[in-house]
Design a protein around this ligand. Sequence first.
Ligand code: PSU
Ligand code: MN
Length: 306
Amino acid sequence: MIEISEEVKSALDKKESIVALESTIITHGLPYPKNIEAAHLMESAVRKEGAIPAIVALLEGRIKVGLTHPELENLVSKESEKVQVSSLSWALKKKLSGGTTVSATIEIAHRVGIPVMATGGIGGVHRGAELTFDISQDLTSMARIPICIVSSGAKAILDLPRTLELLETLGITVLGYRTPTFPAFYTGNSGLKIPMVGSPEEVAEIMFLNWRVLQLERAILVGNRPPEESELPDFYVEELIKKALQAAEKLQIKGKELTPFLLSYLEKSSGGRTVETNIALAQANAKLGAKIAKAYTRIRVETPKI
Ligand code: PSU
Ligand code: MN
């Protein structure tokens, strides 16, 4: 069912380092044509570190790992679905095209043997989830898929303290990359303390310990602060988020439409500033993902038996 591009296939055969990239950020998270630019920037960030990028997406009912540039153009040029793991089989049956969320992407990437995925910010517990029960499938997939996810924490539109609590409940290892607190997507510091690591090698060793030694079948989340120069002031972001949430409530936006609606509202109300930050951090996460993938490849080569 999974079609792997020639480049990614050859990288898998040669045991080279690969970074999976989710595609809902492209189809639903960022506006056209910035979304294509962002995809290219993420891919080149991975390549610059000497790893191979693999955008995962659905094209006319086929699961693709490693979109070619014409396929990427094809994906963004038409109506596309937001495909979570729960709607994957339905989307395949209906021969749809769509962006795969973190949840669907990690299930696919893990199946083909890619140990690292990068995105902007994972989904999590929405604000007001005690009433709506809106909690992202990203978390439940992370609780069962052993893959390293590099992100700038969870998206700021969410309830970050509750998201972190749920990550803990699910037994997901959360690490701050050179930071002692959970990043808050558009800003670097949520004030929520997490364990810190200092290098890609250290992350790779923890991946090895979790999966190969302790046999824990769960994701590892590496929180990477957004680049300092692209951070937005937190009071400014918070004001915009409150307005976005009010608008969503008024328009009765729910379920999987909520996150894309909020992100697009923030883009418009900030005059595009949130999109610039989102692209900058996604690029930085792709770069760190590549460094981690390379460090993990080195460990795997050094200990071939395990
Ligand atoms: N990171 C971004 N922008 C995005 C996403 C991540 O910078 O749009 C996407 C991912 O695909 C993630 C999804 O899985 O948002 C979460 O959606 P939801 O809250 O509906 O689970
Ligand atoms: Mn949801």
